[in-house]
Design a protein around this ligand. Structure first.
Ligand code: DGL
Length: 271
C-alpha cells in the first residue's frame, strides 16, 4: 500500500503504527510541517492556509509518482478538525481516499459505550467543536466535555513520556475532571505516547487513541496487501528542520517499528 500522510510534526507517526503493522511492506510519503509546529495554537484561517499548501505539495508528490497512492491520511487532529475538506478538494480527480482522525476516534469512543466522553486535544481542535459535532452526528447521546492539554506536545517532543513531571502536568489538566468509567479520547497525535503514564494515573478510564482507529474505517479493508517480506519504507519530508531524523527514529523505536526503512529530507517552508 502507498500512503500519503500529513502532520504538523512527526507525532503523526502514532497514527501509522497500526497501518504499518497490518500492511508491512507499505511505502509512506509523509509531510511534517515542523516549520509551523504547533498548529494547535493557531487561528482557523492560518491552519487552513497551511493545510492548503501542504495538500498541494502532497498531491504534487502524488502526480510526480504517478497514480499509485492508495490513501491519504491526515494524521494531525488539528488539521483534520479544521481542514479535512481542503485535503479532500485537493485530491479530487486523483481517485485517492482521504481520511482524517476525528471520525474514527469518535466511532471508537461510541463503541466504548460510556456515559461520559472526554476529549483531550489542542486548543484549536477544542475550539473547532469537531469532536462533539462528529459524536452527535454519529448518534452518541452521552455527555461530551473537552479540554486543551497544550503542554503534552512539548513533553512528547522532548521524549519526556513518564515520571513525576509528566504525572504532575497530567494531574493539573485532569484531576477533578476525569472520573472512573469515562471514555477519554486522545485527540492529538502526540498524546498516545503518554498513554502508559495516563493509564497508571487513571486506570479505570477507557483511553481512546483516535489515530489508532483509522483502520476500522469501512474503506480500509479494501486496500491491497503489499509484499510483507519487504520492510515498510517511510520517506519523511520535514519543513525547515534538521534534527528530525534522530527524533523520527526514536519515535519509530518507541512504537516497535524500528525495522521501517527511514529516509528524511528537509524542504523549505511551503508558506
Ligand atoms: N499534530 C497536532 C494535532 O494532532 C499536535 C501538534 C500541534 O499543535 O501542531 O493536533
Amino acid at each position: 500500500m502507498n500512503l500519503l500522510t500529513f502532520d504538523s510534526g512527526i507525532g503523526g507517526l502514532t497514527a501509522l503504527v497500526p497501518i504499518l503493522r497490518a500492511y508491512p511492506g507499505s511505502t509512506v510519503t509523509y509531510l511534517g510541517d515542523l516549520a509551523h509546529l504547533p498548529y494547535g495554537t493557531k487561528s482557523p484561517e492560518r491552519i487552513r492556509k497551511l493545510c492548503s499548501a501542504a495538500a498541494d505539495w502532497l498531491l504534487a508528490a502524488e502526480r510526480r509518482r504517478g497514480p499509485s497512492f492508495d490513501w491519504c491520511v491526515v494524521a494531525c487532529n488539528t488539521a483534520s478538525a479544521h481542514a479535512l475538506d481542503v485535503f479532500r478538494s485537493a485530491a479530487i480527480g486523483s481517485g485517492m481516499k482521504v481520511s482524517g482522525v476525528i471520525e474514527p476516534g469518535c466511532r471508537k469512543a461510541i463503541a466504548a459505550k460510556r456515559p461520559r466522553t472526554l476529549i483531550l486535544a489542542t486548543g484549536a481542535t477544542v475550539a473547532s467543536q469537531a469532536y462533539p459535532r462528529s459524536l452527535a452526528t454519529l448518534g452518541y447521546g452521552g455527555i461530551v466535555e473537552q479540554r486543551a492539554c497544550p503542554l503534552f506536545v512539548p513533553l512528547v517532543e522532548d521524549d519526556l513520556l513518564e515520571g513525576p513531571e509528566v504525572a504532575g502536568i497530567a494531574r493539573r489538566y485532569l484531576e477533578g475532571w476525569i472520573r472512573p468509567g469515562d471514555a477519554a479520547v486522545l485527540g492529538c497525535t502526540h498524546y498516545p505516547l503518554l498513554l502508559p503514564q495516563l493509564r497508571e494515573l487513571y486506570p479505570d478510564v477507557e483511553w481512546i487513541d483516535a489515530g489508532h482507529s483509522l483502520l476500522e474505517m469501512d474503506h480500509a479493508p479494501e486496500l491491497e496487501k503489499p509484499d510483507a517480506s519487504k520492510p515498510s519504507r517511510l520517506q519523511l519530508f520535514v519543513t525547515d528542520d534538521v534534527a528530525s531524523a534522530e527524533r523520527a527514529r526514536r519515535f519509530l523505536a518507541r512504537m516497535g517499528l524500528e525495522d521501517v526503512v527511514l529516509d528524511v529530507k528537509a524542504i523549505p517552508p511551503l508558506v
